[in-house]
Design a protein. Structure first.
Length: 260
Protein backbone atom coordinates (compact mmCIF):
# COMPACT_ATOMS: atom_id res chain seq x y z
CA UNK A 1 0.00 0.00 0.00
CA UNK A 2 3.03 2.31 0.31
CA UNK A 3 3.14 2.36 -3.48
CA UNK A 4 -0.45 3.60 -3.70
CA UNK A 5 0.19 6.22 -1.02
CA UNK A 6 3.18 7.59 -2.92
CA UNK A 7 1.23 7.58 -6.22
CA UNK A 8 -1.52 9.58 -4.52
CA UNK A 9 0.94 12.07 -3.00
CA UNK A 10 2.52 12.65 -6.42
CA UNK A 11 -0.90 12.75 -8.10
CA UNK A 12 0.09 10.12 -10.65
CA UNK A 13 -2.53 9.03 -13.22
CA UNK A 14 -0.73 5.66 -13.49
CA UNK A 15 2.50 4.07 -12.27
CA UNK A 16 4.96 1.26 -12.87
CA UNK A 17 6.44 -1.15 -10.35
CA UNK A 18 8.33 -4.40 -9.97
CA UNK A 19 6.98 -7.44 -8.11
CA UNK A 20 10.47 -8.71 -7.27
CA UNK A 21 12.04 -7.28 -4.11
CA UNK A 22 15.40 -5.69 -4.84
CA UNK A 23 16.85 -6.70 -1.45
CA UNK A 24 15.93 -10.41 -1.58
CA UNK A 25 15.24 -11.15 -5.25
CA UNK A 26 11.98 -12.82 -4.24
CA UNK A 27 8.42 -12.22 -5.39
CA UNK A 28 6.57 -9.88 -3.05
CA UNK A 29 4.12 -11.50 -0.67
CA UNK A 30 0.62 -10.04 -0.82
CA UNK A 31 -2.29 -11.18 1.35
CA UNK A 32 -5.82 -11.71 0.08
CA UNK A 33 -6.99 -8.62 2.00
CA UNK A 34 -4.18 -6.50 0.54
CA UNK A 35 -5.17 -7.62 -2.94
CA UNK A 36 -8.79 -6.72 -2.26
CA UNK A 37 -7.82 -3.27 -0.94
CA UNK A 38 -5.51 -2.67 -3.90
CA UNK A 39 -8.22 -3.66 -6.38
CA UNK A 40 -10.66 -1.26 -4.76
CA UNK A 41 -8.30 1.71 -5.04
CA UNK A 42 -7.15 0.71 -8.52
CA UNK A 43 -10.74 0.55 -9.83
CA UNK A 44 -11.54 3.94 -8.34
CA UNK A 45 -8.48 5.86 -9.50
CA UNK A 46 -6.47 4.09 -12.23
CA UNK A 47 -7.33 2.80 -15.68
CA UNK A 48 -3.82 1.62 -16.63
CA UNK A 49 -1.10 0.15 -14.42
CA UNK A 50 2.28 -1.15 -15.59
CA UNK A 51 4.28 -3.99 -14.05
CA UNK A 52 7.93 -4.34 -15.11
CA UNK A 53 9.14 -7.91 -15.30
CA UNK A 54 12.27 -8.91 -13.42
CA UNK A 55 15.55 -8.54 -15.26
CA UNK A 56 16.48 -12.22 -15.21
CA UNK A 57 13.55 -13.07 -17.49
CA UNK A 58 15.22 -13.66 -20.87
CA UNK A 59 12.80 -14.92 -23.50
CA UNK A 60 15.42 -14.66 -26.26
CA UNK A 61 17.71 -17.19 -24.60
CA UNK A 62 18.14 -20.68 -26.05
CA UNK A 63 18.72 -22.01 -22.54
CA UNK A 64 17.20 -21.02 -19.20
CA UNK A 65 14.84 -18.15 -20.02
CA UNK A 66 13.03 -17.48 -16.73
CA UNK A 67 9.58 -18.46 -18.00
CA UNK A 68 8.63 -19.87 -14.59
CA UNK A 69 9.36 -16.52 -12.93
CA UNK A 70 7.48 -14.74 -15.71
CA UNK A 71 4.34 -16.82 -15.16
CA UNK A 72 4.38 -16.13 -11.42
CA UNK A 73 4.81 -12.38 -11.97
CA UNK A 74 2.05 -12.23 -14.59
CA UNK A 75 -0.26 -14.19 -12.30
CA UNK A 76 0.24 -11.64 -9.51
CA UNK A 77 -0.12 -8.75 -11.96
CA UNK A 78 -3.50 -10.10 -13.07
CA UNK A 79 -4.68 -10.63 -9.48
CA UNK A 80 -3.85 -6.98 -8.79
CA UNK A 81 -5.54 -6.00 -12.07
CA UNK A 82 -2.50 -4.49 -13.76
CA UNK A 83 -3.19 -3.81 -17.42
CA UNK A 84 0.34 -4.01 -18.90
CA UNK A 85 3.40 -6.18 -18.31
CA UNK A 86 6.76 -4.78 -19.52
CA UNK A 87 9.67 -6.95 -20.58
CA UNK A 88 13.15 -6.40 -21.92
CA UNK A 89 13.34 -8.61 -25.03
CA UNK A 90 16.44 -10.42 -23.79
CA UNK A 91 19.73 -11.73 -25.16
CA UNK A 92 20.24 -14.70 -27.47
CA UNK A 93 22.38 -16.68 -25.02
CA UNK A 94 23.56 -19.96 -26.52
CA UNK A 95 23.15 -18.72 -30.10
CA UNK A 96 25.65 -17.67 -32.72
CA UNK A 97 23.25 -15.22 -34.35
CA UNK A 98 20.86 -12.67 -32.86
CA UNK A 99 18.19 -13.82 -35.32
CA UNK A 100 18.00 -17.13 -33.44
CA UNK A 101 17.11 -15.14 -30.33
CA UNK A 102 14.41 -13.23 -32.22
CA UNK A 103 12.94 -16.57 -33.34
CA UNK A 104 12.90 -17.93 -29.77
CA UNK A 105 11.45 -14.67 -28.44
CA UNK A 106 8.67 -14.77 -31.04
CA UNK A 107 7.78 -18.35 -30.09
CA UNK A 108 7.59 -17.44 -26.40
CA UNK A 109 5.54 -14.30 -27.05
CA UNK A 110 3.09 -16.14 -29.29
CA UNK A 111 2.48 -18.66 -26.51
CA UNK A 112 2.07 -15.94 -23.86
CA UNK A 113 -0.22 -13.76 -26.00
CA UNK A 114 -2.40 -16.76 -26.84
CA UNK A 115 -2.72 -17.66 -23.14
CA UNK A 116 -2.91 -14.21 -21.51
CA UNK A 117 -5.93 -12.32 -22.82
CA UNK A 118 -6.43 -9.90 -19.91
CA UNK A 119 -3.04 -8.21 -19.83
CA UNK A 120 -0.96 -6.58 -22.57
CA UNK A 121 2.65 -7.68 -23.01
CA UNK A 122 4.91 -4.68 -23.71
CA UNK A 123 8.48 -4.88 -25.02
CA UNK A 124 10.98 -2.16 -24.11
CA UNK A 125 13.97 -1.15 -26.20
CA UNK A 126 17.33 -1.75 -24.56
CA UNK A 127 20.85 -0.32 -24.89
CA UNK A 128 23.21 -3.27 -25.17
CA UNK A 129 24.81 -4.75 -28.29
CA UNK A 130 25.99 -8.07 -29.77
CA UNK A 131 23.30 -10.72 -29.12
CA UNK A 132 20.88 -8.42 -27.26
CA UNK A 133 17.49 -8.13 -28.96
CA UNK A 134 15.65 -4.82 -29.10
CA UNK A 135 18.43 -2.24 -28.85
CA UNK A 136 18.44 -1.95 -32.62
CA UNK A 137 14.86 -0.88 -33.47
CA UNK A 138 15.07 -2.97 -36.66
CA UNK A 139 14.92 -6.05 -34.39
CA UNK A 140 11.31 -5.18 -33.58
CA UNK A 141 10.38 -5.09 -37.25
CA UNK A 142 11.79 -8.61 -37.70
CA UNK A 143 10.04 -9.76 -34.54
CA UNK A 144 6.63 -8.42 -35.51
CA UNK A 145 6.76 -10.42 -38.75
CA UNK A 146 6.88 -13.57 -36.60
CA UNK A 147 4.10 -12.64 -34.14
CA UNK A 148 0.74 -14.32 -34.75
CA UNK A 149 -1.30 -11.51 -33.18
CA UNK A 150 0.89 -8.38 -33.56
CA UNK A 151 -2.04 -6.12 -32.63
CA UNK A 152 -1.86 -7.53 -29.09
CA UNK A 153 1.81 -6.69 -28.53
CA UNK A 154 2.72 -3.25 -27.18
CA UNK A 155 6.01 -1.36 -27.05
CA UNK A 156 7.70 1.04 -24.63
CA UNK A 157 10.40 3.39 -25.87
CA UNK A 158 13.07 4.39 -23.34
CA UNK A 159 14.95 7.56 -24.31
CA UNK A 160 18.00 6.75 -22.18
CA UNK A 161 18.32 3.30 -23.73
CA UNK A 162 17.96 4.71 -27.25
CA UNK A 163 20.66 7.34 -26.68
CA UNK A 164 23.01 4.91 -24.97
CA UNK A 165 22.70 2.48 -27.87
CA UNK A 166 23.60 5.19 -30.34
CA UNK A 167 20.44 6.98 -31.49
CA UNK A 168 21.34 10.66 -31.08
CA UNK A 169 17.96 12.00 -30.02
CA UNK A 170 19.69 15.07 -28.62
CA UNK A 171 20.02 16.34 -32.20
CA UNK A 172 16.72 17.59 -33.67
CA UNK A 173 17.14 16.00 -37.09
CA UNK A 174 18.37 12.69 -35.73
CA UNK A 175 15.53 12.69 -33.21
CA UNK A 176 13.06 13.10 -36.08
CA UNK A 177 14.85 10.30 -37.93
CA UNK A 178 14.53 8.06 -34.87
CA UNK A 179 10.80 8.74 -34.58
CA UNK A 180 10.42 7.98 -38.30
CA UNK A 181 12.26 4.70 -37.66
CA UNK A 182 9.82 3.86 -34.86
CA UNK A 183 6.92 4.52 -37.20
CA UNK A 184 8.41 2.33 -39.93
CA UNK A 185 9.54 -0.59 -37.75
CA UNK A 186 6.94 -0.68 -34.98
CA UNK A 187 4.09 1.66 -35.84
CA UNK A 188 3.40 4.56 -33.48
CA UNK A 189 0.00 3.04 -32.69
CA UNK A 190 1.77 0.11 -30.97
CA UNK A 191 3.78 2.34 -28.60
CA UNK A 192 1.82 2.40 -25.34
CA UNK A 193 4.37 4.05 -23.03
CA UNK A 194 7.41 6.34 -23.13
CA UNK A 195 10.14 6.00 -20.50
CA UNK A 196 11.34 9.60 -20.46
CA UNK A 197 14.79 9.13 -18.97
CA UNK A 198 18.03 11.03 -19.14
CA UNK A 199 21.32 9.14 -18.95
CA UNK A 200 24.61 9.71 -17.19
CA UNK A 201 26.66 8.09 -19.96
CA UNK A 202 27.66 9.45 -23.39
CA UNK A 203 26.08 8.64 -26.75
CA UNK A 204 26.68 5.04 -27.80
CA UNK A 205 28.14 3.94 -24.46
CA UNK A 206 25.83 0.88 -24.34
CA UNK A 207 25.54 1.43 -20.56
CA UNK A 208 22.30 1.81 -18.64
CA UNK A 209 22.54 4.41 -15.89
CA UNK A 210 19.59 6.79 -15.63
CA UNK A 211 19.94 10.35 -14.35
CA UNK A 212 17.54 13.14 -13.44
CA UNK A 213 16.03 14.70 -16.60
CA UNK A 214 18.15 17.69 -17.54
CA UNK A 215 21.19 16.49 -15.59
CA UNK A 216 22.33 13.88 -18.09
CA UNK A 217 23.73 13.64 -21.60
CA UNK A 218 20.41 14.08 -23.42
CA UNK A 219 19.20 17.20 -21.65
CA UNK A 220 15.81 18.62 -20.81
CA UNK A 221 15.29 20.43 -24.13
CA UNK A 222 15.70 17.28 -26.22
CA UNK A 223 13.55 15.23 -23.85
CA UNK A 224 10.80 17.84 -23.95
CA UNK A 225 10.92 17.98 -27.74
CA UNK A 226 10.73 14.19 -27.94
CA UNK A 227 7.81 13.90 -25.52
CA UNK A 228 5.88 16.69 -27.22
CA UNK A 229 6.55 15.55 -30.79
CA UNK A 230 3.25 15.59 -32.73
CA UNK A 231 3.42 11.83 -33.31
CA UNK A 232 4.21 11.00 -29.66
CA UNK A 233 2.53 13.62 -27.47
CA UNK A 234 -0.56 11.43 -26.91
CA UNK A 235 1.50 8.56 -25.43
CA UNK A 236 1.73 8.32 -21.61
CA UNK A 237 5.06 9.39 -20.08
CA UNK A 238 6.80 7.67 -17.20
CA UNK A 239 10.00 8.79 -15.48
CA UNK A 240 12.28 6.14 -13.97
CA UNK A 241 14.16 8.38 -11.57
CA UNK A 242 17.13 7.55 -9.36
CA UNK A 243 16.25 7.40 -5.66
CA UNK A 244 15.37 10.99 -4.71
CA UNK A 245 13.56 12.83 -1.91
CA UNK A 246 9.81 13.00 -2.52
CA UNK A 247 9.96 16.80 -2.82
CA UNK A 248 12.50 16.60 -5.64
CA UNK A 249 10.44 14.00 -7.47
CA UNK A 250 7.42 16.29 -7.20
CA UNK A 251 9.45 19.23 -8.55
CA UNK A 252 10.58 17.22 -11.58
CA UNK A 253 7.03 16.05 -12.28
CA UNK A 254 5.77 19.63 -12.04
CA UNK A 255 8.24 20.69 -14.74
CA UNK A 256 7.20 17.88 -17.08
CA UNK A 257 3.51 18.63 -16.54
CA UNK A 258 4.05 22.18 -17.83
CA UNK A 259 5.20 20.93 -21.22
CA UNK A 260 2.70 21.54 -24.00
Amino acid sequence: MQLLEKAELLQLPFFQCFFIRQDTGKLVSVSAQEIKNFQSIRRAHYSDLFCHGSYWINLASLGNNGVYSLRREIMLAKRLEFTHFLLHPGTANGALDKNDGIDILAQCLNSIIKREKNITIVLENTCHAKLTVGSDILDFKLLLEKIDRPERLGFCIDTAHAYSFGYNIKNDQEQDDFIALLQACIGIERIVLLHLNDIANPLGSRLDQHSVPGEGSIGIQALSRFAMHPLLKHIPLLLELPELPLEQEQSILDIVRLWK
